[in-house]
Design a protein around this ligand. Structure first.
Ligand SMILES: Nc1ncnc2c1ncn2[C@@H]1O[C@H](COP(=O)(O)OP(=O)(O)OP(=O)(O)O)[C@@H](O)[C@H]1O
Ligand SMILES: [Mg+2]
Length: 277
């Protein structure tokens, strides 16, 4: 359903092609992330129930479903952000290029460098715009040329032209939409391969939302993107693949256009036609 010329040229999953199982939605070679039989519980109560799915490279995958169905919990599992929640337990595996990111030898900080995250509320550091970008690369010894890195990240996040004359102003002085693009720039500055976004537009107005959506379409040329969204129009505008979760279970996953026009499961149909949610 994407309309942008730059992205329609790419090799999209054909809407009418025979569809593989959800867990095989991406060819083995293009799988960047894979969840295998993932069960995630809070104080023993399961919030994600035996979910297996693959996230394909340089595509936008949307996770949709009603409030409380486990979207954020599953998303956070992909870069070990759940490690910070003491009551949470997880079984199953999350593989990044075939490696279990929860294996003992794996450094979660390194995982989060490769798999960055952008949150629902824009959360710039109370620092200058430039420092927001340069802080983590500097902390982790990845800062070679500060000026170039700041400019590149801001350009990639389509923010450069708006802030190039005030790089020393506080990031908190920007508008909400600009702050969210700053947070995307901050994630990009660590040179990740994957960007996870949890309802990145829900605090933004329609104009700022559409700028972020355009940006995501551009970024998907080079990055693998997973976006949680409540907004089905947004999922259909930006994503290539959609996964529908309901009460912690993966009900259906497939090419976005097919899922929204010809859902295979009754529950998906009921949700996308607004019968519940
Ligand atoms: N920190 C937590 N402690 C205890 N239970 C939690 C916690 N976070 C989420 N849950 C529970 O886990 C389930 C899934 O929550 P999650 O936030 O993943 O859903 P969601 O699909 O992202 O919802 P929303 O659309 O409202 O953001 C819910 O029942 C929720 O109450
Ligand atoms: Mg959520």
């Amino acid at each position: 359903m994407k309309t942008k010329a730059t992205t329609t040229e790419r090799d999209r999953p054909a809407a009418d092609a025979p569809e593989p199982r959800a867990s095989e939605a991406a060819g083995a070679d293009s799988r960047v992330l894979e969840a295998r039989n993932v069960v995630i519980s809070y104080s023993g109560n399961p919030a994600v129930k035996d979910v297996s799915l693959s996230i394909p490279r340089n595509r936008i995958t949307a996770l949709i479903g009603p409030s409380g169905c486990g979207k954020s919990t599953l998303l956070r599992a992909f870069n070990r952000m759940n490690d910070f929640i003491p009551s949470l337990t997880m079984t199953g595996q999350i593989l990044y290029h075939g490696q279990d990111i929860y294996a003992h030898a794996v450094d979660p900080v390194e995982v989060r460098h490769n798999i960055g995250m952008v949150f629902q509320r824009p959360n710039p550091f109370p620092k200058s715009i430039a420092d927001n970008i340069a802080w983590a690369p500097s902390l982790y010894g990845k800062l070679e040329n500060r000026q170039a890195l700041v400019e590149q990240a801001l350009r990639k996040a389509a923010l450069w032209d708006e802030v190039k004359d005030k790089l020393n102003d506080s990031g908190l002085a920007l508008s909400g939409g600009q702050q969210q693009r700053l947070c995307i720039a901050r994630a990009l500055a660590m040179n990740p391969e994957v960007i996870l976004l949890d309802e990145p537009c829900s605090a933004l107005d329609p104009v700022a939302t559409s700028r972020i959506e355009e940006l995501l379409l551009e970024l998907s040329e080079r990055y693998t993107i997973v976006i949680v969204t409540h907004n089905m129009q947004q999922a259909s505008r930006v994503s290539d693949i959609t996964a529908f979760l309901y009460q912690g279970e993966l009900i259906e996953m497939g090419p976005t256009e097919r899922l929204f026009t010809r859902p295979k499961k009754k529950r998906t149909e009921a949700y996308i036609t607004g019968k519940f949610g």
